[in-house]
Write a protein that binds this ligand. Structure first.
Ligand SMILES: Nc1nc2c(c(=O)[nH]1)N[C@H]1C(S)=C(S)[C@@H](COP(=O)(O)OP(=O)(O)OC[C@H]3O[C@@H](n4cnc5c(=O)[nH]c(N)nc54)[C@H](O)[C@@H]3O)O[C@H]1N2
Ligand SMILES: Nc1nc2c(c(=O)[nH]1)N[C@H]1C(S)=C(S)[C@@H](COP(=O)(O)OP(=O)(O)OC[C@H]3O[C@@H](n4cnc5c(=O)[nH]c(N)nc54)[C@H](O)[C@@H]3O)O[C@H]1N2
Ligand SMILES: [Mo]
Length: 755
């Protein structure tokens, strides 16, 4: 019992190392898959094997025999688990009972095994045959008054082949309603960067890390969320490359790391310091930091020193003068106040940046999830332009994407605002007229559910209800739908908050073999650096009654669109035919797909800025303005704190692997609030007190979460942090970046109230 009591103990070891090795062994044991899991780990990220189902960071060039990390091992162990959710399980529990269980408990029940349909009379899920399930989907979709009454969600683990067909099916059905996980994640990258540099993707490839002279890691918890990137950071530090980490939380792995694959370090308990400069930024203070660095550069230019890349600026860019004038007019005191750090540190960061001939800036949710997230990223792009950090080795912008194929899904058509050019291609290749009006992103799809105009929700992967803001209202909205469909590997809350009709359709997972009448099939994914690689599962499917996502999409299409002349049936059997169609719709990047994918390490999709080509309307890289220093609407309330909702070390998004967060020293508890000690004292809160949090909102809705334990933590002043998804009830639905639709989950204005 005592073992399960909450414990808080600062973690003073380096991240990685033996702690990571022990955690890997433990999770394989817990899921009872030591032999099976260990064998599968040998095929993960190897040519001929499957791609890690966890994050989107690319894998290195065959240099390591074991290209996985602790958190990749957790993802795999939970997928390869020996536990099963069977029809008996559903017979034993009503849905109301299951709603009482924690997300962790639901996850631990294991893999789904056969299609199920909700039965209102018994409040249970009961078995349904696949044919009947597809017929039910077809019936509901065909009964809608307008195709826009359906919402088609995608989560980023879905491979290219399934996502592409899904985007075609939905458009032939007649809507562009594509809420997807990217809308809550890197959409500011997809929408913010194109007007600046012409592409909504990163411009860096893995080898660039070997040539970089400085690396900035901003708003990203590398050691937990893309641990394989730690190898690159360790190697860079060993070469003496300065690393600037910008974060309101001093994340352990960004301070000191032991490379689990470095035998000497492991044997000697050695480690590598990571951040040469840790910038303890205020939440949302990144804009002030970026503008401060720019200001140092412009000031030095004004004094006659050449710190800008003038040749590059003249040849490739437009709009710098307006940015310079705006930045020069800013007051240093305001910059320092907004950033929450000293001017001297901003100057040191500027010095690192100026001295480096090739700089990479990596970023994660700490930059994207703010109200002006898209425009903030444009400033990151601008900072890089000032020293010509594009189109040369070791330099560029590097969004660190989340889900393993979230970038790929966007590339192959999961896009609620498709371009006319793309729609013309779809028309020409598939012979139907796709809808031209924009569809719903994630927040808009929830608004449509609340308004009652959405009737059907289909979730291709993911856990929509737990990922979105405003938990209570969202639950209510989902329950009003006529049909909800969860296409998934694991049971999650999204299946329990359901419409009047509801289906759970279990799928073959990434690590599992796909056999069709044409033999073994593989799928493809695109990683965070635009590499497209094949993924072939090696394990037997968790149950004989699972279907691959491609087949589920095709059969939904056949049921919903009986008149369709697209050969859905043939795609079920031969994935090569799907890739041929992808090549036809996207010839610029996917020409010769079927041939090129035969390369053991796949191929790279063209990123024009790497060639110094800017696909913007004026053909230049553009400096865009974001006046002032705020990345969120300012709120004048002295009691306000800014809440960042973050991931623990033992979760993958809404999937909770355990209640521990080792690097932050939290054990057996997720209802915690990380707070700066002085902020706590200033509010008269006792150490380890239980408090409630309330959102400072303007719509009159009271949003409150009870019983959070306050933990003294070296947060920057005014910043608090707690875990997603538990704190999503505090995130208002309309609190999002207007350009991308991304909820501002890193800067929720809250106040502490007595519990
Ligand atoms: N193991 C594991 N891996 C994952 C995931 C997972 O849940 N578990 N999720 C995947 C997905 S979908 C994604 S999108 C990525 C997410 O990976 P990350 O981008 O690392 O996401 P978060 O943990 O949400 O938070 C990122 C960091 O932002 C910091 N931060 C908060 N506010 C600010 C700010 O205003 N400025 C700055 N500079 N920093 C700030 C937080 O302290 C935190 O360290 O990881 C992917 N990989
Ligand atoms: N407050 C707050 N909210 C956030 C965030 C935040 O930082 N703070 N982050 C946001 C971000 S970045 C993201 S990406 C979203 C994540 O939102 P989602 O992508 O919707 O959520 P996940 O938790 O990744 O989805 C997990 C489920 O996916 C299913 N699954 C797993 N593997 C497969 C597969 O191979 N195929 C299929 N079909 N299903 C599979 C399993 O059933 C599992 O339960 O959440 C967002 N919400
Ligand atoms: Mo994400």
């Amino acid at each position: 019992m005592a073992e399960d009591a909450p414990r808080f103990k600062p973690y003073d070891h380096p991240a990685g190392g033996w702690g990571a090795a022990a955690a890997t062994a433990k999770v394989l044991l817990e899921q009872s898959v030591v032999t099976k899991g260990s064998r599968a780990l040998l095929s993960m990220n190897q040519p001929g094997g499957f791609k890690c189902p966890s994050c989107a960071f690319p894998d290195a060039d065959c240099k390591k025999t074991l290209e996985f990390c602790e958190n990749g091992a957790k993802a795999l162990a939970h997928e390869a688990t020996k536990f099963r959710v069977t029809r008996d399980f559903f017979a034993q529990h009503t849905v109301t009972e299951l709603m009482e269980k924690s997300d962790y408990w639901l996850e631990m029940q294991g893999r789904l095994t056969e299609p199920m349909r909700y039965d209102a009379a018994s409040d249970r899920y009961v078995p349904i045959g696949w044919d009947a399930a597809f017929a039910l989907i077809g019936k509901h979709l065909r009964a809608l008054e307008s195709p826009d009454e359906a919402e088609f969600y995608t989560s980023g683990r879905t491979p290219n082949e399934a996502a592409f067909l899904y985007s075609i099916m939905v458009r032939q059905f007649g809507t562009n309603n594509f809420p997807d996980c990217s809308n809550m994640c890197h959409e500011p990258t997809s929408r913010g960067l194109p007007p600046a540099i012409g592409v909504g993707k990163g411009t860096v490839v893995l080898e660039d890390f070997e040539h970089a002279e400085a690396i900035f890691v901003i708003g990203q918890n590398t050691g937990t969320n893309s641990p394989r990137m730690m190898t690159n950071l360790v190697e860079a530090r060993k070469r003496g490359v300065p690393i600037v980490a910008v974060n309101p939380m001093p994340e352990r792995a960004l301070i000191r790391f032991t490379e689990p694959q470095d035998i000497v370090q492991m044997a000697t308990f050695g480690s590598t310091p990571i951040a040469s400069e840790f910038v303890h930024i205020r939440i949302g203070g990144d804009l002030a930091l970026i503008k401060g660095i720019m200001k140092v550069m412009f000031e030095r230019e004004a004094q006659g020193e050449a710190v800008l890349d003038h040749a590059f600026l003249a040849e490739h860019t437009a709009g710098m003068e307006a940015v310079r004038d705006e930045v020069m007019a800013l007051d240093w005191r305001d910059i320092v106040e907004h950033a929450g750090i000293e001017e001297a540190q901003i100057r040191r960061c500027a010095e690192i940046y100026i001295r480096s001939k090739a700089t990479i800036i990596c970023y994660g949710m700490g930059l994207t999830q703010h109200q002006f997230g898209s425009r903030l990223l444009q400033q990151v792009a601008s900072l890089l332009l000032l020293r010509g950090n594009y189109g040369k080795p070791g330099a560029g912008i590097s969004p660190i994407r989340g889900h393993s194929n979230v970038q790929g899904d966007r590339t192959v058509g999961i896009d609620e605002k498709p371009s006319q050019k793309y729609l013309d291609r779809v028309r020409d290749v598939f012979g139907f007229e796709p809808p031209r009006e924009h569809g719903h992103h994630t927040v808009e799809s929830v608004e449509a559910m609340i308004a009652g105009t959405a009737k059907v929700f289909i979730g291709l992967g993911g856990n929509f209800v737990r990922a979105i803001p405003d938990t209570e209202r969202s639950y209510e909205a989902m329950s009003k739908l006529a049909l909800t469909v969860g296409i998934a590997t694991k049971l999650n809350r999204g299946h329990l908050v359901h419409g009047k009709d509801a289906l759970i359709l279990p799928v073959v997972a990434r690590s599992e073999r796909i056999e069709t009448s044409h033999g073994e099939q593989f799928v493809t994914i695109e990683d965070s650096m635009s590499n497209v690689t094949a993924s072939r599962g090696v394990l037997a499917p968790a149950s004989p009654d699972l279907k691959p996502e491609v087949e589920i999409v095709c059969r939904m299409a056949m049921a919903a669109l009986p008149e369709s002349r697209i050969p859905w049936e043939s795609y079920i059997h031969d994935y090569g035919l799907i890739r041929d169609k992808i090549a036809e719709v996207y010839p610029e990047i996917y020409e010769g797909f079927s041939e090129r994918i035969k390369e053991p390490r796949g191929f790279h999709l063209d990123i024009p800025p790497r060639r110094l080509v800017w696909p913007t309307p004026n053909g230049k890289a553009n400096f865009l303005l974001l006046p002032g220093l705020d990345v969120n609407e300012p709120i004048a309330d002295p009691a306000m704190l800014r809440l960042a909702t973050v991931r623990s070390h033992d979760q993958f998004n809404t999937t909770i692997y355990s209640y521990n967060d080792r690097y932050r020293g939290v054990y057996n508890d997720r209802m915690v609030l990380f707070m700066n000690e002085e902020d706590r004292i200033a509010r008269g809160i006792a150490p380890r007190a239980q408090v409630a949090l309330e959102t400072i909102s303007r719509d009159g809705v009271r949003r409150r979460v009870e019983a959070l334990t306050v933990i003294d933590y070296p947060m920057s002043r005014g910043a608090v942090a707690g875990y997603y998804p538990e704190l999503n009830p505090l995130l208002p639905l309309d609190y999002y970046d207007r350009i991308s639709g991304t909820p501002a989950a890193k800067s929720i204005p809250v106040r502490v109230v007595a519990a």
